[in-house]
Write a protein that binds this ligand. Sequence first.
Ligand code: NAP
Length: 497
Amino acid sequence: MSSLSAKHIGSGLASRLDDPDLFFPFAYVGGGAIEAASRATLGVTDPASGTVLGHIPSLDADESRHAIDVAEESFPAWSALLPQERSAILRRWYELIVEAREDLARIMTAEQGKPISEARGEIDYTASFVEFYAEEAKRPNIESVTSHLPNAEVELWREPAGVAALITPWNFPAAMITRKAAAAMAAGCTCLVHPSSETPFSATALAVLAGRAGVPAGVFNVVTGRAPIIVEPWTADARVRVLSFTGSTEIGRLLYRQSAGTIKKLVMELGGHAPFIVFADADLDHAVEEAVKAKFATSGQDCLGANRFYIERRLYDAFCARFAEVTAALSVGPGETDPDIGPLMNARAIDKQIEHVEDALAKGARCLTGGKRGAQGDLFFQPTVLADVPDTALIMAEETFGPVAALTPFDSEEDVVARANATEYGLIAYLHTRDPRRIYRVSRQLQFGMLAVNRTKITGAPIPFGGFKQSGLGREGARLGLEEFTEVKYVCRDWGS
Ligand code: NAP
């Protein structure tokens, strides 16, 4: 480890940390630092400035397979620990994450670009899953069932499924890891994590803290490198029993197909394309305030981000004017200066904003504010409001994943419900109205896994996060999130007549 640690020297990011060892530019397998035998690496850049922050090992398929061996070997001892022992280790991991909050936020802002206040908020969210599952690990998990057979006792046991492969995106580089890993580890599984190659240092910092917390070697592994090379051996290997993926619906479909050969349990948290519906009886100022949060948090790069805003015609002009005014006042800049909006992740993201804006304007939309690249650097885009966007525009059908809002009027409840549901996605919908009967009716009809009524922020460790339709499979968070990493064993004992 000491010769490898020499790589820290000269790293600008490490020198900005109170604890420089949290900048860990290695894979983490079997409780230690790993480099690729080939010495191949991938560069990681700061999206605000384009500066190279460091490199991570680009492991090959054999090295990825070796990580499965390590996780498989660690499984019997980890799963045999008393739940209280696993809980104590997770609790310690939680405490260390909380203590390292500021450094973890600095790493995240450097590699992901998000405003530093949002990064701190994500670290709190990251820690909350570890705390929640440290508690949940202790809950009894044997259920006795009233027997349907004579002279028999019937029980259901939940047992850890085995090795779990966890694949996470760049927009929440830390929280998406603990939302999966803490649940899996609480259940008694061992983990292989492939973090996005654009934001690996948040993942390896969590690994360093896991090691310090006493997570045994091989239980939490971070395997870095090109995603298809790392993940294909995992989908092909029958020893990997669960695959939990957060990312785009496109890659979710690919991993679903790849996992068919070994019939894995799958958890998929995929894309969203959230409608934000405002009825004319809503409180205008409150609805606008919540709309700004729903659109521009994480610089618009959020699976929960509202993409399409349906406003009842009587309120439409007033809402457009107020929303555009507040949006135009949002600050844009590098995450470390704590603006409202930071850079986007990469050039593809900028291209998508331009494509969606140009397409909407060509189809008759009006640009109320923004609409162009930001002056702050290559990866900045102005917060943008488009009005009168027709349903045929690309932005009304696809995730934009950036700071562009599309507004359109509606005339009836029936009309807006049909338009909101006319999508392959079903992650979250936002609804603003003061009429309780309408809240009930519309909530019943919207085909989404989560509904946020008269507010925006609704997530947290105790709630089941997940979508309908092609937004995913299974749930994360809550008790359900732990159960995804278990198998149910039905035991029927005959006591004789
Ligand atoms: P992505 O391109 O699908 O990547 C997600 C992860 O998959 C990354 O770790 C990526 O690794 C890996 N990956 C890419 N190609 C792969 C392949 N061929 N085989 C195996 N793994 C592969 O998504 P993203 O652009 O990072 O994230 C944005 C998407 O995530 C959006 O659609 C968003 O809605 C969704 N998301 C959903 C939730 C939710 O909970 N529902 C939460 C956050 C984000 P590399 O980075 O190394 O390529």
